[in-house]
Write a protein that binds this ligand. Structure first.
Ligand code: G1P
Length: 899
């Protein structure tokens, strides 16, 4: 199989015979909420949410099973029917033969172009699909048919877009009955459906959504008729891949102005016959979309039923996304630089699709998880920091006063929805992520005062960290914590962070590590709610507490403040000593008293706490945890390898180490002990050896999440029910692998960190192995195939790792600091490596010069200049005020000489 090639430095790629690869899909979407997926045969779907699918919802297996794809037929007089998309019984039959039509995909951000050539029939199609970057809720298609024979050709063109037009729930729940709701209309250009009612999880309701498909010739000429009903189009015994209407050239009986009811619908749009001379081409436009009103749909569709409008919008869309992706990299490996362009784009896709709505992500019904909400912000901070402050502030409104948080996240910023389903699941890692994002924000911006901003707390019936229900609470009280007098209680952001970390500190299991609860980052560790413990995330909480203490120091120095106001209840948690820390039962009792106190309301009384007291307390607690993990969880197996045990199961047994069924090692516990300075330098070196021995497999892209436990370990999690080498059970799970790279870079293990990123990148980019378009997938399975492409938290972490660790461009309390860790091989022929990015609202290109060809461990920043003017190189940092003094309208060059 041929690999794809990049044709520019903006990630645009070409791939021949893309349909000789299964499970491929490509995202087309916009910020107005249109979310499509498209395959090389133009299969896939298009929707605005779980209850509004224009095209039939597809899961990954439907990509080859489903015939209900976007299609465009040209019946060639004297020769027969030809599908311009290749979705025909005839094309399918040729796929593995010499007669296979030549195909090529070209694609860039939010646009997709397929070219198909039938030499036998002397015809060629080019189909461009895209979703315009604007508020229009449409997906657009331009189909160009060229007569590549040397004789004149007459074609009858028909667009055939099967219209599902309802909720995904109805796919196997009243599929037929819901077609009876359809009210179908034809107009001068379109087929419109306005279902009378919706039958879905929301109950039976009056429908307000109009779905439609419009079509015109490139010169604006109207269609000559329609096939709006599926069964009349396919004919008795026919199918979408061999429809009677096309095969037998039936004349359309339905003209503009018709109304029909109660059948499965089709955007079957018939155009006038066209006579094409040799090498002559003709184009057609198709608009598929959504609206709440027929006239509006018509207006929106008409806008794009002109070739010039289509072309112009396509260019605008390309520019729009290119402008948004405002970070780029230049290294010795152009392929890596282009691949990273797609990685940069992925967080934008996740913001639109959430964790749902692409074919592998068929479990999601929209929305995002708490963890994803915070981690996606990491990428935003790097690309578009405007608005992040208010987003962070709003997101803190999801924290409960017991340190847990809302898990159902609404569509509007800061909207969290109460748990009405009695799901009391608590993910123990959730409390740790907001700090990482907040800290990055403060380091990038210097906005330490953000810690003093006020925000309310989330309230629903879940209390006591998922252990109980508050019968006194009802939705009518609102989703915010109240003081006794019904007033919303507000506390500072630093208070929210303290609530999250201090409650976690006391929430320990029998080995005095933090309890696993419903799971941690690894959603598949969900069967050890009673006795499970996550050492891995205990490490992250400990590291965070040390960093929070550091920020408090900054707050004290910069804001000349030595006290802060905290809810009086919190005082219960700000005390203790090593004797208490060792006592599991006492810790649990304190937590219990606290949780009961804040169960329904808080007093609203705040007390002054000295910042020094807080710093001492946080550091004592964190240092105790670090010591505890170091002394209790460092394990060495019989083969002489050492690493950190990351978990305890529901029998209270340590999970990792030697086992009769094979060595048990997990990556997560290594990542967070390394990242949070728990592993000493010597231990990091040992961990690397163990990970290379037990987890590394170059054939699947690097470091796997765990070894094969050879057991369906029902006392730890459902992940062990998955086949080994898949998803959370031992796949290369790119998110954790990337965090491993990040941790290694943070500790200065540069070659080792690079190896993680490089193996992953090389595997993903080897199309013949990963079989995915450019970008990073959620995981790589045991056959090496990239799975769950595009929507993954990996992208944010990979960007962060490349920017702040590999290129070492870091915010430091608002200043810009340089600590490059690029390997010699990453510098190009001119001994340079550069990154373009925005910092403090200024466009910068940072160019590292490594003329002496030194390795990462050998060079230091020797010289800095801005726009050719030497800058004081002290501490390899440029002061924020000096960046802010630069003109905001142009790009500035920062040359950095490494010696
Ligand atoms: C997905 C989920 C993420 C979870 C992870 C591991 O990862 O979105 O919340 O932590 O699985 O179970 P992602 O694909 O986002 O990297």
């Amino acid at each position: 199989m041929k690999k794809y090639t990049y044709i520019d430095n903006k990630g645009t790629f070409k791939l021949t015979n893309p349909e000789r690869n299964s499970y491929s899909y490509f995202p087309l979407a916009n910020e107005a909420g249109v979310m499509s997926s498209i395959t090389p045969l133009l299969n896939g779907d298009c929707k605005m949410g779980q209850n509004t699918f224009l095209l039939t919802p597809v899961s990954s297996e439907d990509l080859h099973n489903n015939k209900s794809s976007r299609n465009f037929w040209a019946y060639i007089e004297g020769k027969g029917a030809w599908s311009a998309t290749g979705a025909s019984a005839m094309s399918a039959a040729q796929l593995f033969t010499e007669e296979k039509e030549a195909t090529e995909l070209e694609a860039g951000t939010m646009w997709h172009k397929m070219t198909r050539v039938s030499n036998a029939l002397g015809i060629k199609s080019e189909i461009i699909s895209f979703v315009p970057a604007c508020q229009d809720t449409v997906e657009l298609m331009k189909i160009t048919i060229t007569n590549i024979s040397d004789k004149q050709m007459v074609i009858s063109p028909t667009a055939a877009i099967p219209l599902y037009a309802r909720s995904a729930d109805n796919l196997r729940d009243h599929r037929h009955v819901t077609s009876l709701l359809h009210r179908i209309k034809t107009t001068d250009y379109s087929v419109l459906i306005n279902p009378t009612l919706t039958f879905d999880e929301r109950g039976h309701k009056k429908n307000t959504m109009i779905y439609g498909v419009g079509g015109a010739e490139a010169n604006g000429e109207k269609p000559i008729g329609y096939f709006p009903i599926v069964e009349e189009y396919i004919g008795e015994g026919g199918s979408f891949e061999a429809p009677e209407a096309i095969m037998c050239q039936k004349q359309p009986q339905v003209l503009a102005g018709a109304s029909l009811e109660g059948y499965e619908a089709l955007g079957g749009i018939v155009f006038e016959n066209a006579t094409l001379g040799a090498m002559e081409a003709k184009s057609y436009l198709v608009v598929m979309g959504f609206s709440d009103n027929e006239a509006k749909f018509e207006e929106m569709a008409k806008k794009y039923l002109s070739e010039s409008a289509f072309n112009q919008k396509l260019e605008e869309t390309k520019l729009y996304w290119n402008k948004k992706i405002n970070i780029s990299y230049t290294t010795s490996d152009k392929q890596f630089d282009n691949w990273m362009y797609w990685v940069n784009f992925q967080p934008m896709l996740r913001r639109i699709y959430g964790c749902s709505f692409l074919p592998h992500h068929d479990y999601g019904k929209g929305g995002r998880g708490w963890r994803d909400l915070w981690q996606d912000c990491l990428a935003l901070l790097a690309m578009d920091p405007s608005g992040v402050r208010s987003m962070l502030l709003d997101n803190f409104g999801g924290v409960r006063f017991d340190g847990t948080n809302a898990t159902i996240i609404g569509t509007k910023q800061g909207e969290f929805i109460a748990d009405r389903n009695n799901i009391t699941r608590v993910w123990m890692d959730h409390g740790a992520w907001p700090f990482l994002t907040t800290n990055l924000y403060i380091q990038q911006s210097g906005d330490i005062k953000f810690l003093l901003e006020k925000q309310s707390y989330f309230k629903d019936l879940q209390v006591e960290r998922g252990a109980a229900k508050d019968e006194l609470w009802s939705l009518s009280e609102g989703n915010y914590l109240q003081e006794k007098n019904k007033v919303a209680y507000q506390g500072t952001i630093i208070e929210h962070l303290l609530v999250q970390h201090l409650t976690a500190f006391y929430d320990v299991g029998e080995h005095n590590n933090l309890k696993l609860h419903g799971a941690d980052w690894n959603d598949g560790l969900d069967m050890a709610d009673e006795r499970g413990e996550s050492v891995a995330f205990s490490a992250l909480y400990a590291g965070n507490m040390l960093e929070i203490a550091q920020l408090l120091r900054v707050l004290k120095e910069k804001e000349h403040q030595d006290k802060i106001m905290l809810a009086e209840e919190l005082q219960l948690l700000i005390k203790g000593d090593a004797v208490l820390y060792e006592a599991v039962d006492k810790k649990r009792t304190i937590l219990d008293i606290y949780c009961k106190k804040v169960r329904h309301t808080v007093t609203g009384k705040q007390v002054e706490v000295a910042i020094d007291t807080l710093i001492t307390d946080l550091e004592a607690k964190a240092n105790w945890m670090i010591k505890h993990i170091r002394s209790q969880e460092w394990i060495t197996n019989k083969a002489g390898y050492s690493w950190y045990n990351g978990y305890y199961d529901n029998h209270g047994q340590r999970v990792e180490g030697d086992h009769e069924k094979g060595t048990r090692m997990m990556l997560t516990g290594q990542v967070f002990t390394i990242m949070n300075q728990i592993a000493t330098n010597e231990q990091v070196a040992e961990i690397i050896k163990a990970a290379d021995r037990y987890l590394y497999d170059e054939a699947v892209g690097g470091y796997k999440l765990n070894t094969n436990f050879n057991e369906v370990k029902t006392d730890l999690g459902r992940m062990f029910g998955f086949a080994y080498g898949h998803k959370e059970n031992g796949a290369v799970f790119c998110h954790m692998a990337t965090m491993y790279a990040n941790a290694l870079y943070q500790r200065g293990f540069v070659k080792e960190g690079f190896k993680v990123v490089d193996t992953l990148y090389k595997h993903c980019s080897s199309f013949e192995k990963s079989r995915i378009y450019p970008g990073v997938p959620e995981y790589i399975n045991d056959k090496g195939r990239g799975m769950y492409h595009y929507l993954t938290g990996t992208a944010s972490w990979l960007m962060l790792t490349v920017i702040t660790e590999m290129f070492g461009v870091k915010g430091r309390l608002g200043d810009l600091h340089f600590e490059p860790q690029l390997l010699l091989e990453q510098f190009d022929k001119e001994d340079q490596a550069s990154i373009q990015l925005t910092f403090a609202d200024r466009k910068l290109q940072v160019i590292y010069h490594n003329q002496n060809k030194k390795q990462a461990s050998e060079y230091v920043v020797a010289n800095i200049s801005i726009d050719n003017k030497p800058y004081d190189k002290k501490h390899a940092t440029i002061k924020r005020e000096d960046i802010e003094a630069l003109d905001a309208s142009t790009q500035h060059i920062i040359d950095i000489v490494l010696e």
